[in-house]
Design a protein around this ligand. Structure first.
Ligand code: AMO
Length: 419
């Protein structure tokens, strides 16, 4: 504190040269530190070096701490030495102080600099805490965290959105979802598994809520049905909001976000209810159609908070989805919705080997290509259910961010493969 000699390191955020006095504002991930050089009291070489520093250079400053009301944290450093650790070139590719705005492409092209901005940093600190809350929640519920392969031989969510790769002299794909592996783990007797990992979708769309590489939070649990895993999902979302609202006060403030923790339980609308709401709002959707973006938004606006759409028509859900026992036109499935978009989908799964084979064929796929998966259903597969929750979408909707690219460090979309 006051009078102590300290050594600090950081990036030169700002230089305010007033002639007789020069302020260097250093920045690190925790905040700002003012270094004050009074011309008359500072070694002339040091003073000269300090005022000529290029912004964003990395320096090491040793000096004496002094109380200063006007400094960012109530203290300033009177330097004895300033060492240059890495000089930044000038001009910078973009402004770090956020006085000058930059479009998303400029920001992503120089992402390492964009991430130095306070608001961008705040987003990723919050994302970190959100995922910590997810991990803690799942660990408390006794889920075993697993890592499944991302290089695979078969499609899980249908064949159109696959990235083919060359695997030695065979064709392989980047995994669209850990779906088949998390289900195999139910046959392995792991009971409850979870995974946070990348999913790859070769979808062509260019929207603010799709990426070609996204992060998915997946669970699968034995001896549960779709209603059981819906309750886990809503409690998880609730806990994430609560944890972030407690742990991330400065970051939420930096972003101007007032977080409202969603109330439990979330509303449940059947597909038929949601269809009626969309139709009342003038959207021409037939029974059995998926909701388009606009109709989805209309239902979201009518509900105004997180909600589930349950009991989807079986034929628009993947082959692993369990039909409803009382009416096989419907399935034991759900989507978790934020008023702005879908966050998760899940279901009770088909656990009968013969029914699963049949469902794969009905969906136009070749059951023989799924032998590694089907085999796990022949030697004792318990009833089970699960869901996949988009981590990027969870964070973007929580923070009211418009573009999914803003919550992903190095987003992959149709146009962007680097950095
Ligand atoms: P689904 O395909 O609905 O289900 O994906 C689950 C959730 O993952 C997120 N997501 C995406 N986020 C950003 N960009 C994308 N291209 C993208 N694709 C998906 C969404 C979505 O709700 N196997 C099932 C899950 C299950 O039943 O367990 C599945 O993958 O938030």
């Amino acid at each position: 504190m006051g009078g102590d000699t300290v050594t600090v390191t950081g990036w030169v955020h700002e230089i305010r040269d007033l002639g007789g006095i020069c302020f260097l504002v250093l920045r690190d991930r925790e905040g700002f530190m003012q270094v004050t050089m009074v011309k008359k009291k500072t070694d002339p070489d040091l003073f000269d070096m300090g005022r000529r520093l290029n912004r964003e250079s990395v320096v090491l400053v040793t000096g004496v701490v002094k109380e200063a009301n006007q400094a960012p944290n109530g203290y300033e450093i009177i330097p004895e030495s300033v060492n240059m650790l890495s000089e930044a070139e000038s001009p910078l590719p973009m402004d770090v102080t956020e006085k000058v705005g930059a479009d998303i492409d400029t920001r992503l092209d120089s992402r390492f600099i964009d991430l130095r901005r306070r608001t961008t940093l705040a987003v990723f600190v919050i994302r970190n805490h959100a995922l910590k809350a997810v991990r803690d929640f799942l660990a408390n519920e006794e889920f075993i965290d697993i890592q499944t392969p991302k290089v695979v031989a078969a499609a899980t969510e249908g064949g159109t959105a696959l990235f083919p790769i060359t695997y030695f002299n065979r064709e392989a794909f980047l995994n669209q979802s850990p779906q088949l592996y998390k289900q195999i783990m139910m046959s392995a007797g792991f009971d409850r598994v979870s995974e946070i990992g990348s999913i790859f979708r070769a979808e062509e769309h260019d929207t603010l809520r799709h990426l070609n590489e996204a992060t998915s939070i997946d669970i699968e649990a034995s001896f549960m049905d779709h209603s059981d895993v819906m309750r886990i999902l809503e409690r998880l979302v609730h806990d994430v909001y609560e944890y972030v609202s407690r742990q991330c006060v400065p970051q939420l403030e930096a972003l101007g976000v007032e977080l409202t923790v969603p109330k439990l339980p979330f509303r449940r609308l059947t597909y038929d209810d949601a269809l009626a709401v969309a139709q009342q709002q003038g959207h021409e959707i037939e029974w059995g159609d998926d909701f388009g973006t606009v109709a989805e938004r209309a239902v979201g606006n009518a509900v105004g908070e997180h909600y589930f759409i349950t009991d989807w028509p079986l034929h628009i859900k993947p082959y692993y989805t369990h039909p409803r026992e009382d009416d096989s036109r419907y399935s034991k499935s759900f989507d978790l919705m934020h008023p702005r978009m879908e966050l998760a989908s899940g279901s009770q799964r088909v656990h009968s080997h013969s029914l699963l084979r049949q469902r794969i064929a009905v969906c136009g796929l070749d059951p023989d290509g799924f032998e590694f998966y089907l085999k796990a259903f022949r030697y004792g597969m318990p009833p089970h259910a699960g869901w996949g929750l988009g981590a990027d979408r969870l964070v973007m909707t929580m923070l009211g961010v418009e573009n999914i690219r803003d919550v992903v460090l190095f987003p992959r979309d149709r146009k962007r493969l680097s950095p």
